[in-house]
Design a protein around this ligand. Structure first.
Ligand code: HEM
Length: 187
């Protein structure tokens, strides 16, 4: 089902989620680097990454919620989306806790803040998988009628229209590998 929150013909949510996922995961990695290398500046970098990731997570939640609201009730997608959304709000909350606990001492974060980040990242792996389930398996955020020859999202035409209408159809009507495939099958 088609996304309701789009930019340039594409869903906004998958565009924005790269920021919280990348920033928050990297903050945990930098904390580990700080612990292993005993170089406090990595923990300081991690503190700033955490703050930016929390802001990114809050922004990404807006189009995600808009898309979730449009999913029909009683479907598996609605339930998976709810667990995914609530889970991700908890993830953002854990990283907010991480930041609150370390903001006064960014280069020397207390163990509780590092633990909150680790738990948050672990939970994000589960909620991220659920996000993939929503898109790849349940078709949420996928244009109705999406297919391998759909025209550009910027064309203003539905995905069901052919990209190769008119003269182009004459050139591309057969897949480029059609001959080889036929030969392989011995036909
Ligand atoms: C705030 C942190 C969030 C992160 C990091 C996140 C992450 C993800 C990921 C990784 C996907 C799969 C994208 C893809 O495979 O293209 C996804 C899809 C989705 N998420 Fe989230 N999500 C967040 C918040 C939310 C919230 C609060 C909701 C509301 C219920 C939500 C609803 C959805 C929906 C409906 C989809 C299907 C695709 C779409 O509609 O764009 N997400 N999310």
């Amino acid at each position: 089902m088609e996304s309701k929150a789009k930019i340039l013909g594409h869903p906004i949510h998958p565009v924005l989620i790269v920021f919280p996922l990348g920033l928050l995961a990297t903050s945990v990695i930098f904390d580990i680097v700080a612990l292993v290398s005993h170089a406090p500046r990595w923990a300081e970098f991690a503190t700033y990454l955490t703050a930016a990731g929390v802001v990114g997570g809050l922004l990404a939640a807006v189009p995600g919620t808009i898309d979730w609201l449009a999913i029909p009730r009683g479907t598996r997608a609605k339930r998976v989306g709810l667990v995914h959304g609530v889970g991700n709000v908890i993830v953002v909350g854990l990283f907010l806790l991480d930041w609150v606990l370390r903001r006064e001492t960014p280069a020397a974060p207390p163990p509780g803040s590092i633990a909150a980040g680790l738990i948050g990242l672990g939970l994000a792996l589960v909620t991220g998988w659920l996000g993939g389930e929503l898109v790849g398996r349940l078709g949420v955020g996928v244009d109705d009628g999406a297919n391998l020859n759909a025209p550009s999202s910027l064309s203003g035409r539905p995905a069901t229209a052919s990209a190769y209408a008119g003269g182009e159809r004459r050139h591309f009507g057969q897949p480029a590998y059609a001959g080889a495939e036929r030969r392989g099958r011995g036909v």
